[in-house]
Design a protein around this ligand. Structure first.
Ligand SMILES: Cc1cc2nc3c(=O)[nH]c(=O)nc-3n(C[C@H](O)[C@H](O)[C@H](O)COP(=O)(O)OP(=O)(O)OC[C@H]3O[C@@H](n4cnc5c(N)ncnc54)[C@H](O)[C@@H]3O)c2cc1C
Length: 215
């Protein structure tokens, strides 16, 4: 676009929209320069939201950044990440012993965050090592998460699914009260008890206890 619209030293991550009962909406604004940025409209939802709803969020975000000045859209993309609790490695088997799915199709996305990029590198390394050791494809990709991580992710997703309207508040509590370094490590896959406890301690216990005690 013509002129400055973005602060190129600041990124906006998970800027939440109004609480809703059907999904949790948020935005990312990732500037590359003062006149160029990647703007993402994102939802945590049980099914992909209508394209028009995402487009409206995107249009509003761009207008808020630019004050309605004309912009050039250089590239546009859309996608979704499966955020399933449980052992996602099942998704990786194809029924054909010589073939396994890898990456997101192979269950590499972290169920609670959708983070996949670094996990895909790790899955690829583990798969290559297993292939070298066996001389044949392993029956399933190596597990990326242990049972505690899987249990915590499943509980978190259960709370978000039951009470999406509480989602923005829960995330804000997490970002406000968990020490940034511990939260960053936890989100990047740390299994250290102190990092896990920092996250648990930052969240209000009631919805998690209610979800834990309900079916
Ligand atoms: C909008 C969005 C933002 C994301 N942001 C992040 C992020 O910030 N951090 C992060 O860690 N992760 C993020 N992810 C998740 C993940 O890192 C990406 O989805 C990543 O691209 C997944 O890589 P992949 O190789 O598993 O799948 P893909 O990049 O989707 O590659 C799969 C390829 O296989 C091809 N293909 C599919 N079917 C067939 C077939 N039958 N025959 C041949 N080819 C086929 C497809 O065309 C595609 O090129 C994001 C995902 C999305 C959608």
């Amino acid at each position: 676009m013509d002129g400055a619209a973005f602060d190129d030293r600041t990124v906006e991550l998970m800027a939440f929209g109004e609480p809703r009962t059907d999904r949790i909406d948020f935005l990312y604004v990732l500037p590359f320069a003062r006149d160029r940025a990647l703007v993402e409209a994102t939802s945590f939802a049980p099914a992909p939201p209508p394209r028009a709803a995402l487009q409206a969020q995107l249009d509003d975000a761009v207008t808020a950044c630019t004050g309605g000045r004309p912009v050039e859209c250089v590239r546009r993309e859309a996608g979704f990440i499966p955020m399933r609790a449980g052992d996602a490695r099942r998704a990786a088997t194809t029924g054909e012993p010589r073939w396994l799915r890898a990456g997101v199709a192979g269950g590499a996305a972290r169920p609670s965050t959708g983070y996949a990029f670094q996990r895909i590198q790790r899955q690829s390394d583990l798969l290559a090592a297993a292939l070298r050791a066996r001389g044949a494809a392993p029956p399933a990709p190596p597990a990326l998460d242990g049972p505690v991580t899987r249990g915590m992710d499943a509980l978190f997703l259960k709370v978000l699914r039951r009470w999406p309207e509480a989602g923005p508040h829960l995330f804000r509590q997490l970002f406000a009260h968990a020490p940034a370094d511990r939260l960053e490590r936890f989100l990047s896959g740390s299994t250290a008890s102190q990092d896990r406890l920092a996250v648990v301690g930052a969240l209000p216990p009631t919805p998690f206890l209610r979800a834990l005690l309900s079916t």
